[in-house]
Ligand binder design. Structure first.
Ligand SMILES: CC(C)(COP(=O)(O)OP(=O)(O)OC[C@H]1O[C@@H](n2cnc3c(N)ncnc32)[C@H](O)[C@@H]1OP(=O)(O)O)[C@@H](O)C(=O)NCCC(=O)NCCS
Length: 351
């Protein structure tokens, strides 16, 4: 297997343009084999973005493995550049027709060596397992997450693979999906003092610092956050930069923000793109510690779903939550979400 490396924004543009449809086809095969469904098929703009887009805050490395000119394996690593510069979130996949021949191992070894050489020693990875696949093997051997909450079948290829490479199953997330139309039917008690604002698209100027504060807290105030790095440095400027990046990608964020006395109390965001207009992806949701216990989580999500149902084509929203985050799972159940898949979050320290 011949392995080539691409650092986003540093490849020859002609070579990258030729590569985009090949990676798109490869990633589509991987997704179809996973059973996660067509909503998870890669989009051409996402693939291009991974290969060319970089900012002062983050960049992506890609490794392509070919045999006789055909892509048989692909790896990627997300690197943060402003904070947590010893971390990398990586993923690799092997074409279903070429599995169990050592390609995954060979690629991951190269990825880890490259990352270690760049000072990235705190690695994390993930695998996605549809609910139907997990329940089909409910009596087989299961591997428990280090949090003590949740398990994955130990014999699944990706679970066996990551274990064999020395990764530990740090945490499990539940991926669930809700139809946006359900929100209109939900009747919620409102705590009168909080005002919920919704908007779609870039964060309004007067809310930039509020959203930055909430995003900073997101990196510290969610269960298990400390395992995946320290506080993220967010300010209004970075929020604006993220909005510009999304716009360039044809993506839009729908936001619901809770305010009390002019100060932010919590927020939730759903991203969606023109390329797949019926599907929304839950971004961050946080209710600040002082404002918990007022039902704001459900109110924020339901307000955002209503705004999406009214003003966009989004018909369903996918969300991810730590399996031990029982209060958020309950919020999601109340907001109309149902389990779709389980995501294993893995860590390995190269030092
Ligand atoms: C996980 C994946 C990358 C493995 O690729 P691969 O090329 O088949 O892996 P390898 O041949 O290098 O296997 C290495 C070891 O992983 C384990 N393994 C891999 N597939 C397995 C399977 N189907 N059953 C049991 N163990 C398996 C074995 O321990 C294997 O060693 P062995 O063959 O000497 O027994 C591949 O199944 C895949 O692309 N899955 C979908 C993408 C994904 O989930 N990626 C997440 C990991 S980052």
């Amino acid at each position: 297997m011949e392995i080539t490396r691409i650092r986003a924004g540093h490849g020859d543009p002609d070579v990258i343009e030729e590569l985009v449809p090949q990676v798109l086809a490869f990633d589509t095969v991987i997704n179809r084999a996973s059973g996660l469904g067509e909503d998870f098929d890669p989009l051409v703009e996402e693939v291009r973005h991974q290969l060319i887009s970089t900012s002062q805050y983050r960049t992506t490395l890609t490794w392509i493995g070919r045999v006789a000119g055909t892509i048989v394996a692909r790896g990627s690593a997300e690197l943060r550049l402003a904070s947590n510069t010893d971390t990398a979130e990586l993923w690799c996949g092997v074409h279903p027709d070429h599995r169990r021949r050592g390609y995954g191992t060979a690629l991951l070894e190269v990825m880890e060596a490259d990352l270690a050489a760049a000072g990235r020693t705190a690695l994390s990875s993930y695998c996605e397992v549809p609910e139907s696949v997990r329940t089909a093997d409910i009596r087989g051997a299961h591997l428990a997450a280090e949090t003590g909450v949740g398990t994955l079948p130990a014999t699944l290829p990706e679970v066996a693979f990551l274990r064999s490479r020395g990764y530990g199953l740090a945490q499990i997330e539940r991926c669930s999906v809700a139809p946006t139309a359900t929100a209109a039917e939900l009747d919620l008690d409102a705590d009168g003092d909080y005002v919920i604002e919704t908007w779609r698209g870039p964060v309004p100027e007067e809310r930039l610092e509020h959203i930055a504060l909430l995003k900073r807290r997101m990196s510290t105030d969610t269960p298990g956050a400390e395992k995946f790095g320290g506080e993220e440095s967010w300010d209004g400027e970075r929020v604006r930069a993220l909005d510009a990046e999304k716009k360039a990608r044809g993506e839009e964020m729908a936001t619901a923000l809770a305010i009390l006395g002019g100060e932010p109390a919590g927020f939730t965001q759903v991203g969606h793109s023109a390329a797949r207009p019926t599907v929304g992806w839950q971004g961050g949701t946080l209710v600040l510690i002082d404002h918990r216990g007022h039902g704001l989580g459900v109110r924020l999500k339901v307000a955002n779903h209503r705004s999406l149902a009214q003003h966009s084509s989004v018909e369903r929203v996918y969300t991810w939550n730590a399996a031990e985050n029982s209060w958020m799972l309950e919020i999601n159940d109340r907001a109309g979400f149902q389990t779709w898949a389980w995501v294993g979050l893995w860590t390995k320290n190269l030092r």
